[in-house]
Design a protein around this ligand. Structure first.
Ligand code: N5H
Length: 257
């Protein structure tokens, strides 16, 4: 156990189960000595989270409910964090959503509602939580979100999520400029395919993992723990010179033509 994040209060958004990227992040940050605050939306993920924390002997500093599609819910959640914890030093955003039936076929068939839903939950949510979190980051801070290569290139089936992730990555850059003057950094991790609950049942996922094993420089897939350790880097002073960046944690897959 390192002490890289000793005394740091970090909010983790997006643990649904043990396969969640946010759970890999939780383990890495906990092992580095961070105090963790969690947000979740559904009763089901609250139960799952408390069970996981218990099984892994992790004490949450606080668990608050937060629905990122609702401005009032975000304000209430961060007010509660302010009251009960005070200053925070980090925020991990690992939330996305798109309609499953729009993650296949042609992007041109995306509905207006489906497009806006993906943007709302997967991209605007970062803007909204950054606004709320920055007021609590009075000692500086670090914000990290999750992206995917489909933001940069056309990846079959990723469709409306690719456009939402492009928006998310651009938001990282604009937010980084806004909050840089307060000593707050904003970065993204672009992970290779990882078998999470969100990825379950989406078309083309298994094939994608096979291609990474075959073509990526490291010839293997990445896992939640690797994203967790990269997030630890971003949360710590080791990355103090880095903001507005998208770091690929993908076995090098993105450099291959
Ligand atoms: C090219 C691919 C495969 C096709 C695209 C997958 C995109 C997945 C992301 C979104 C967030 C999945 C999603 O919203 C699914 C929902 O419609 C249904 N699922 C749920 O409601 C579950 C229960 C909950 C936990 O999910 C959410 N989102 O709340 C991309 C893959 C190779 C890589 C990948 C899987 C990227 C990614 O963005 O996750």
């Amino acid at each position: 156990m390192s002490e890289l994040l000793k005394g740091k209060n970090i909010v983790v958004m997006g643990v649904a189960n043990e396969r969640s990227i946010a759970w890999g992040v939780t383990k890495s940050l906990h092992n580095a000595g961070a105090n963790l605050i969690f947000t979740n939306r559904q009763e089901r993920s609250y139960k799952k989270l408390t069970k996981l924390l218990e099984q892994n002997n992790i004490d949450a500093k606080l668990i608050v409910s937060c629905d990122v599609s609702d401005d009032e819910s975000i304000v209430t959640a961060f007010n509660e964090i302010k009251e009960k914890v005070g200053v925070i030093h980090g925020l991990v955003h690992a939330i996305a959503f798109a309609n499953r039936d729009e993650l296949k076929g042609e992007f041109a068939d995306t509905s207006r509602d489906g497009f806006l839903l993906a943007q709302n939950i997967s991209a605007f949510s970062l803007v909204a939580v950054t606004k709320a979190a920055k007021d609590l980051m009075t000692e500086g801070g670090s914000i990290v979100t999750q992206s995917y290569l489909g933001a940069e290139r056309v990846i079959p089936n990723y469709n409306v999520m690719g456009v939402a992730k492009a928006s998310l990555e651009a938001s990282v850059r604009y937010l980084a400029e806004d909050v840089g003057k307060y000593g707050i950094r904003v970065n993204a991790i672009s992970a290779g395919p990882i078998r999470t609950l969100a990825a379950k049942g989406v078309s083309g996922f298994n094939e994608k993992m096979g291609v990474v094993e075959e073509k990526a420089p490291l010839r293997r897939n990445v896992d939640q723990d690797q994203v967790g350790d990269a997030t630890l880097f971003f949360m710590s002073e080791l990355s103090r010179g880095v903001t507005g960046e998208v770091l690929h944690v993908d076995s090098g897959y993105h450099i291959i033509g």
